[in-house]
Structures are given as C-alpha cells and as structure tokens.
Design a protein around this ligand. Structure first.
Ligand SMILES: NC(=O)c1ccc[n+]([C@@H]2O[C@H](COP(=O)([O-])OP(=O)(O)OC[C@H]3O[C@@H](n4cnc5c(N)ncnc54)[C@H](O)[C@@H]3O)[C@@H](O)[C@H]2O)c1
Ligand SMILES: CC(C)(O)[C@@H](O)C(=O)O
Ligand SMILES: [Mg+2]
Ligand SMILES: [Mg+2]
Length: 350
C-alpha cells in the first residue's frame, strides 16, 4: 500500500497503479458477481465491472423501471439479468446494492441464498453496523466486505467513461475464506475506483451519514436557501440572488477549489472578497458547530437510521419523496436556477 501524507497524518491507500486491473481480473476470474439492485449505484458498478471484464449478473425485481433499465443497458433476462434471489443464488460475490431500507426487507431471502465461502459485498456500513435495527447479521461462513464509492453512482460511471475514477473506501468486516481482503480490493478496483482508502464498517457509515446530511447535501441546501432568501428579502432579483448563491459557486469557484484547494480559490478572487471571506468563515464555522455536534450524535446513537428505516419503508414512501423533491423543483429559487442554467452559452446554443 502506498503511504501518503494527508496533511501531516500518514495513511495507506491502494491505487489503481499499485493494484492494477489485471491483478483484480485474476483474483476475480472464477467469481460470479451479482449486483443486487439496479438503482443508482447498481448500474454504475455493474457496467464498470462488465466493461472491466468481470463476470457480472444483475438481480432486480422484475417488471419495474430498474429492470427495464438493466435490459436497456444490455443485461439479458435469463442470461445476465434475474429476479433477486435467483441472481443471489448463482453468485459467489453478492453485491448488496438495494436501497438501505430495501436491504432490510430482503435480508431473510438473501441470507438464505448465501453459500459457504461467498462474499457479501456492501457499499455502505449501514446494514451491518445498525444490526439491532436492520437485523442484518451475516452468517459466519461468508466473507463480508465493503467498497464504498465517495460519490454518486452516476459519477462512478461517468468518471469511468472519461478515464478517471472515483475514490472509494474499503473495509473487511469478516474474513472467512482468508481471501476477503484481496476480493475486496479487487472489487474496489474493478468497479472503477482511482484509489481506495481503508476504513471500518462503523467509520464508513458514521462519516458517510454525517457528510451527506452535512456539507455535501443537507447543509449545502440549507445555507444556499438561507442566502437566497436573504437576498430576495432585501429586494434583489431572483437572477441576482441565484447567481450570487449557486451559479457562481458551481460554474467558477468550486471548480477552483477542486483544482487546487481553498487557498487557490481565495487567491484568485479580489483582495476584497478574500478579506471578507477570511473574516466570515470562522463565524459560520462557529455557528454550525453545535448543529454538527447534534448531527454526529444522532448518527452515532442510531436516530438517523431509525428515521431512514421508518420513512423509507413506508408503502407510500416514493410518492412522499417525489412530493418533497417536486416542492424544491417548483420553488422560486430552483425555478430561477433552471432559467439561469438554460442561459448558459452552451445550453443556449441547443
Ligand atoms: N446512491 C449512491 O450514489 C450511493 C453512493 C454510495 C453508496 N451508496 C449505497 O449503495 C447502496 C445502494 O444505494 P442506491 O442509492 O443505489 O439504492 P436505490 O435507492 O437506488 O435502490 C436500489 C434498488 O433497490 C430496489 N429496492 C428498494 N427496496 C426494495 C425492496 N424492498 N425489495 C426489492 N428491491 C428493492 C429498487 O428497485 C432500486 O432499483 C446503499 O447501501 C447506499 O447507501 C449509494
Ligand atoms: C452520494 C453519497 C451522498 O455520497 C452517498 O453517500 C449516498 O448515500 O448516496
Ligand atoms: Mg450515503
Ligand atoms: Mg457517501
């Protein structure tokens, strides 16, 4: 493993150079990988595995949109696409990529399909770590491994297609065969990871649930809305409020952060902007620390899991979710966003 200095802390990572695809292919050559669930991660990981030469089949509920999408992506019913349990029985590596609530509902059936020496693969620590709520306790005679892409399943695929790669964490929870670690790393590389950093199931789920509720999604959505509303209350137009809150971030400044870090972005703005941002950053940080403390506690004590399972297991969960997303899409802010996006020169040309 390559030793990398992450800001003064040495960590070991596995890169695709050091663990080449050929090595992954050799480790996986006698395996049949079943991707169970063809939602967001399922397609990204399944298509990358297939393109990387791994024997991959898909298990999905018959007849729905996800089944049709797998067919459209070239998986053939009866050959490489099966109902969930049939796929799980055929596989030696079961990639459990149903929604987290779906994993709980299907667990008794999946458990019954596991053969001694199989590997049960997750992209999240959720099911195993919160076992008191999920009931997911793998039998002792299988490997239990994790490769968790740090990004959307869509990006798992688009990064692969553009020749880059997604970063993923990896973890071994249970090593029955003595091969769990090599199977885990081989899968991590074969799904298209650029590098893998080691974690545990517990640390993965705590950090992942915190990140998506925090800066990556929840906090981002919240602070954007707060600033947009503030500007609107003070008489700024929707286009001005949206540009100053979202468009400039996604089209300019966050790209600089991605390229070269926060100091680089600051260095490429005016000294006026730098002064204000340097002064205000600690105020925002201090204001949100108590919220972040509550969030982490809620993750750790299982409250977030309880909420996810309660809401996402309800029969009308899809309708309710769509209504919530629809309300965002129809809000003035995001309708303004749609108009702003349409005005981007590359979109105007179409
Ligand atoms: N979405 C992401 O980009 C992402 C990123 C990293 C990790 N993960 C993890 O990967 C796993 C899969 O997440 P996802 O977002 O791809 O899932 P998803 O919400 O897209 O659902 C995947 C599939 O599960 C099926 N499903 C749901 N409930 C079911 C049930 N009760 N019975 C049978 N099938 C059911 C649906 O048909 C759907 O096609 C989760 O553990 C998630 O936390 C997701
Ligand atoms: C893509 C995310 C937010 O990183 C993932 O954790 C998820 O749950 O979808
Ligand atoms: Mg997540
Ligand atoms: Mg995540």
């Amino acid at each position: 493993m390559a030793k990398i200095d992450f800001g003064g802390v040495m960590e070991e990572v596995v890169t695709s150079e050091e663990f080449p695809l050929e090595k992954a292919r050799t480790i996986l050559e006698n395996e049949v990988v079943a991707v169970i669930g063809y939602g967001v991660q399922g397609p990204g990981q399944a298509l990358n595995l297939r393109d990387n030469g791994v024997r991959v089949i898909v298990g999905q509920r018959e007849g729905g949109a996800s089944w049709d999408r797998a067919v459209a992506d070239g998986f053939v019913p009866g050959k490489t696409l099966f109902p969930i349990e049939e796929a799980a029985r055929k596989a030696t590596i079961i990639q459990y990529l149903l929604s987290d609530a779906g994993q709980v509902a299907m667990w008794p059936k999946i458990k019954a399909c596991l053969n001694e020496g199989d590997a049960l693969y997750f992209s999240h620590g959720f099911g195993v770590v919160y076992k008191d709520q999920t009931g997911i306790v793998p039998p002792e005679n299988v490997d239990v491994i994790l490769a968790a892409p740090k990004g959307s399943g869509r990006t798992v695929r688009t990064n692969f297609l553009d020749g880059s790669g997604i970063n993923s964490s990896f973890a071994v929870f249970q090593d029955f065969t003595g091969r769990a670690r090599e199977r885990c790393l081989a899968m991590g590389i074969a799904i298209g990871s650029g590098y893998l950093f080691e974690t545990t199931f517990e640390r993965e789920v705590y950090s992942d649930l915190t990140g998506e509720r925090g800066v990556l999604m929840g906090c981002l959505a919240g602070v954007m809305e707060a600033q947009y509303d503030l500007l609107r209350r003070h008489g700024h137009s929707p286009s001005e409020a949206f540009n100053e809150t979202v468009e400039e971030l996604t089209q300019s400044l966050i790209r600089l952060v991605a390229e070269n870090g926060m100091d680089w972005m600051f260095a490429n703005t005016s000294t006026t902007a730098q002064r204000g941002a340097l002064d205000w950053a600690p105020r925002f940080r201090d204001a949100v620390i108590p919220v972040f403390d509550r969030l982490y506690e809620s993750v750790k004590n299982g409250d977030e899991t309880r909420r996810v399972l309660d809401v996402n297991s309800a029969p009308d969960y899809r309708e309710k979710l769509n209504a919530e997303l629809d309300a965002i899409r129809k809000s003035e802010m995001w309708r303004a966003g749609s108009a702003v996006r349409a005005l981007r020169p590359e979109n105007r040309k179409q």
